[in-house]
Design a protein around this ligand. Sequence first.
Ligand code: B12
Length: 315
Amino acid sequence: MVSIAEYSPEPKYTIKVLSERTGVRPVTLRAWERRYDLLDPDRLDNNYRLYSERDIQIIRWITHRLDEGLSISNAVREYRGLRKEGIWPEALPTVLAPQPSQAPSLPTSTYADQLFKALTAHDEAQAKQIVDLVQSMYDLQAIFLEVFYPCLVEIGEAWYRGEIRIATEHFASAFIRGVLMNLLGAFPIYSTAPTILIGCAPEEFHEIAPLMLSVLLRREGYQVEFLGADLPADDLVFYAEDVSPDMIILSASFEHSARPLFTLQAKLDALPGKPKLGFGGRYFNDNPDALKVMGGFFLGHSLDEAIQNVHDLLD
Ligand code: B12
């Protein structure tokens, strides 16, 4: 759980954004401000109010207490009471990221097969239904590793055997990528947590595994930025100099993508913050000898191992 104090107090959002992000109408927000002196927004030259990420979290906490049946005056009194004692309440999840709510009826492999059939039939509505169903039964890690992963492997095999078109493989991977991007956006971004940049090695276009890892690490509370496919190594070093991440994680499937990473940790060590390089992917799994020449940290053969290793390295 993360406290509201961890959210940035920097004023940057208009009342319209505050309203969109909290579901409370601007007129109500102004009334709360007048009557209860709840927030103290900065003002622009034209007198428009500017709110911070922390303000958004405070309003969300208040509205959650209203949903639980408190009156606005009691919710504000409770909030003030906590603050008087020096306590910041816990922030609520930003969008409700899916939580399993019912017992699994069938094993995950059944849903991997069903998803494969729906995607290879280009039946997006059916694929969506399957994803909604598994999200109601399984934890994200199980969905990624036991439903999406085997489904994608099966798609790769079918493509290799010439049984499905390239268009079908693209449709399937775009669909799963879309689901993952939505999930990534459903978790809050904590401004004080360690920062991790995640993406693909140069000329590497398989971005689904690093995207899965981004979702899982953001769920763990890290400040994750997903950078996508084909990242030139030198540009990454410049970017790391700009944003001082705690760690950069890259995935590589082929030797030509992995090779530019061999010396990347040495380049990162020359930066003031010395960001750690974490790496993994098909190439390293299949070529353990490459680990001897790589600087940085091999995060493991699979994504669950990677999460534990990131904890060990950063916490
Ligand atoms: C979708 C896909 C594509 C898409 C990717 C789209 C996208 N936005 O990501 C596109 C069309 C771009 C593509 C292109 C190619 N692909 Co492709 N692709 C696939 C497919 C079907 C799914 C990939 C995937 O997402 N898998 C699911 C993820 C979760 O699995 P994963 O990447 O293997 O990751 C696991 C581990 O490697 C590890 N891992 C991965 N990254 C990391 C990182 C860290 C830090 C850690 C700890 C672990 C880790 O954890 C994951 C879970 O266990 C696979 C089939 C397959 N078996 O995976 C083929 C596959 C990988 N592709 C293959 C090939 C040959 C190609 C192309 C060369 C085809 C071509 N002729 O152009 C190009 C190469 C492009 C490039 N330079 O990167 C082959 C690779 C064969 C090999 N010997 O390595 C496969 C296996 C298909 C096959 N059966 O032959 N592909």
